[in-house]
Design a protein around this ligand. Sequence first.
Ligand SMILES: Nc1ncnc2c1ncn2[C@@H]1O[C@H](COP(=O)(O)OP(=O)(O)OP(=O)(O)O)[C@@H](O)[C@H]1O
Ligand SMILES: [Mg+2]
Length: 134
Amino acid sequence: MAVFLSDSAEDTLQFGEEYAKTLKCGDVVVLNGEMGAGKTVFCKGVAKGLGIDDEVLSPTYAYMNDYGGKLYHFDCYRLRNGGQAEALGLTDYFYAGGVCLIEWAENISDVLPETYRTVEIIKTAQNTRKIIYE
Ligand SMILES: Nc1ncnc2c1ncn2[C@@H]1O[C@H](COP(=O)(O)OP(=O)(O)OP(=O)(O)O)[C@@H](O)[C@H]1O
Ligand SMILES: [Mg+2]
């Protein structure tokens, strides 16, 4: 466990970029944190760090955005359970070889892979965040 203190969205983005260097193909990362914590900002940084040039947008309405098979960015906010994720074919991507970043993974906790890494973003003030990661 380690902690990074972010003073701005730009800091979180840069942290995501650095964190990307620690990722291996197929790694699954669960991103915890309240609405507006900065999970998607962190994902933008990871994408940049993985050399992905496409703009990373919140996949709220798509559940998952696929960045060339290299990165799969999930937003499970509107899923009620793991069964739904399975029925939509989303869980297959956990084993497809790309890095998986999952927002609101608690909604599908019953179908998460056996091993995953966790990043928790805690809002400490308007523009500051405590990021606990492994
Ligand atoms: N230090 C910071 N780190 C990250 N985001 C910050 C920070 N300070 C301010 N912000 C702002 O907080 C917001 C974070 O939004 P973001 O969409 O990343 O949250 P989220 O955790 O993905 O929320 P949701 O659960 O709704 O998807 C952005 O508007 C960003 O500019
Ligand atoms: Mg988000």
